[in-house]
Design a protein around this ligand. Structure first.
Ligand code: 16G
Length: 241
């Protein structure tokens, strides 16, 4: 890396461009630990502040990520998640040749919460399963999902089924046909609790996705709140005119 101190281009910008190039051409491979602020500052005879600005910008742009007490590393490419096609987490991972797994944090049968009456077309006399799972790709946490499923559709659901795919269980063991869904996507930042579960820092960007899934007979089958890691996911869809 070469820094030209006489150049009108600010030094932090030169560092950024240099590092970006090395990341893009593969000189710096994913998960490589990059030199510390101090090492860069000494190497180029510039202030740590300048190096810090360059590295912070690259963290914000997703090129680098920080791990507390360990240093700054090169990010991996984000997963491209198509928005067409109603797929399950397990199917998505399988398609990428990755192992999907889950950690079940909560599994409760509760009275349907009032704010879900209209989405799930239920009343307070109806029970729902509330399941909260961390979803992993090759053992790396990707998302936290909190699902609400009417008891009438999943009365036989047990904790054991949820070590695998929920959709697979529903489709293979209940005879119900999952048919279509609507989703809302929002930008957000990770709360302290979410950050802990996803191994990211508090305030890191996340994608909040709310999905209502319907059966073939158009009855709502699940309402899911998902929090996906913003540093690992991008959503792709095509448009026609
Ligand atoms: C996806 C869905 C989620 C569904 C889950 C089932 C999004 C945003 N969410 O993660 O709604 O419950 O798949 O996955 O795509 P499973 O069959 O692997 O348990």
């Amino acid at each position: 890396m070469f820094i030209d101190k006489q150049s009108p281009i600010p030094m932090y910008h030169q560092i950024m461009e240099n590092l970006k190039k090395q990341i893009e051409d593969g000189t710096l491979a994913p998960d490589t630990l990059i030199p510390s602020e101090r090492e860069y500052a000494e190497r180029f005879g510039i202030s740590r502040m300048t190096v810090r600005q360059a590295l912070s910008n690259l963290v914000n742009e997703g090129y680098l990520y920080r791990q507390k007490g360990k240093g700054t590393f090169v990010s991996r490419e984000k997963f491209e998640q198509p928005l067409q096609g109603l797929t399950s987490f397990t199917e998505d991972m399988r398609q990428r040749g990755l192992k999907a797994s889950s950690e079940l944090l909560d599994f409760n049968k509760i009275a349907c919460p009032a704010h879900l009456f209209s989405s799930l077309q239920l009343a307070d006399s109806d029970a729902v399963f509330e399941l909260k799972r961390i979803r992993f790709a090759n053992d790396e946490p990707m998302a936290i999902e909190t699902s609400y499923i009417p008891e009438k559709f999943a009365g036989t659901l047990t904790k054991e089924h949820l070590t695998g795919s929920l959709y697979e269980y529903i489709e293979n063991h209940t005879g119900l046909a999952i048919a279509h869904a609507t989703q809302e996507l929002e930008a957000n930042v990770a709360t302290k609790g979410e950050a802990h579960l996803l191994s990211i820092t508090t305030g890191a960007p996340v994608l909040s996705i709310t999905r209502t899934t319907y059966l073939q007979n158009d009855l709502p089958f699940e309402y899911v709140l998902s929090v996906y890691r913003g540093d690992r996911y991008k959503l792709i869809h095509t448009m026609e005119r």
